[in-house]
Design a protein around this ligand. Structure first.
Ligand code: XIL
Length: 346
């Protein structure tokens, strides 16, 4: 039967995130799956600022270079993730030698050096960059990150300008999670419109798509997809996974979330997954892939956040140490039955 990349040929790219072991060639069972099934890759961690730029005067390109080389060698479309993000960012970025918050001018200069050094290095090899990640809160306001606190909302415009200057041929993306939430959708739409008025081109909006079995409502997801594509931006599904585990209540206190009873309750499928849950999981994947095909004019790439369940960050987030089953390949590297079902549905 067809592979995933064959099934979606002419529709959209189908990609996966790669972790450090895979990039280092230490998980060939996974890299064989990548070569066979996918035509796009993104680095799960190695291009984040704390990894690639651990000190002001030190870039560490060792893994990132290997990652890009893997893409070139195997004819895969390579996405860079991510240039400006509040998380997994090193402290030095925001403080001077005395530990005092830097000035706006200094942070802008650091951003420029960071973005342009990295983008220039991979010019012609990276198809597009997640330039800014997670700048908008769920209520549609700007996230009060250090970039925002020190520079104000202009940091977003500047990040896109610096990246564009460094590689005019690379595509530039805005990427975020929980994009189905109406207030967040509106916040992102307003931000993008404002940037466009200022002459910034955003080639695509990335919807991370860390989904649950019931959340979000696919209707809300579709409304966001349509709202983003009506801005004349392509839409990319950038970090897809479907957790089968319950999501903790935001209001549960630290003692509760750390307790053994709570962890047990939050990890009901440690031993085995009931058929009814597998059915719901498959239905969910099929509905979303059907939606992506319906919107194939707008959707240019669908990327899964990892190859097998063993690699998934969902085993450690939002509750550490759980056993989740959110991806298309199982812990023993076998394609789950859902892979063939997705292919047959195309
Ligand atoms: C996650 C990685 O998967 C983990 O390995 C890491 O510990 C934390 O970050 N949104 C993003 C991704 O944009 O970079 C995050 O990746 C998941 C949420």
């Amino acid at each position: 039967s067809l592979t995933l990349k064959e099934a979606f040929k002419g529709k959209f790219l189908i990609g996966t995130a790669m972790n450090a072991y895979q990039i280092m060639g230490k998980d060939t069972a996974a890299t064989n799956i990548i070569k066979k099934q996918f035509n796009a890759i993104v680095a799960e961690n190695c291009m984040k600022s704390e990894r690639i730029h651990p000190r002001e005067d030190k870039f560490d390109f060792s893994l990132a270079d290997k990652f890009v080389q893997f893409g070139t060698d195997n004819n895969l479309v390579v996405t860079g993730h991510t240039l400006i993000w509040h998380s997994q960012a090193p402290d030095w970025f925001f403080v001077d030698d005395a530990g005092k918050m830097v000035s706006k001018e200094t942070l802008i200069a650091r951003m420029k050096n960071h973005i342009q050094t990295i983008v220039t290095r991979y010019k012609g090899k990276i198809k597009g960059w997640d330039v800014v990640n997670e700048a908008i809160n769920d209520d549609g306001t700007y996230r009060s990150s250090k970039f925002y606190q020190i520079i104000g909302e202009d940091y977003i415009k500047l990040a896109f300008q610096f990246a564009r200057e460094a590689d005019p041929d690379a595509e530039l993306y805005y990427n975020d999670y929980s994009m189905s939430i109406p207030a967040k959708r509106n916040g992102v739409v307003a931000m993008v419109k404002k940037l466009q008025k200022q002459g910034i081109t955003i080639d695509a909006i990335g919807m991370q798509s860390h989904l649950g079995l019931d959340n979000p409502d696919i209707k809300d997801f579709e409304a966001s997809l349509e709202a983003f594509s009506s801005l004349e931006c392509k839409v990319m599904i950038t970090e897809m996974d479907i957790s089968i585990l319950p999501f903790p209540d935001k209001n549960a206190g630290a003692e509760v979330t750390k307790s053994f009873e709570y962890k047990q309750q939050m990890d009901p499928y440690r031993e085995s997954v009931p058929d009814s849950v597998t059915t719901a999981f498959e239905q969910r994947y099929l509905s979303f892939f059907k939606l992506f095909e319906k919107h194939k004019k707008a959707v240019t790439r669908v990327t899964l956040w990892g190859v097998t369940d063993a690699n998934s960050w969902k085993n450690n987030w939002p509750v550490p140490g759980r056993k989740d089953y959110p991806l298309l390949f199982s812990r023993n590297y076998a394609p789950k039955p859902i892979v063939d079902k997705i292919i047959k549905q195309t």
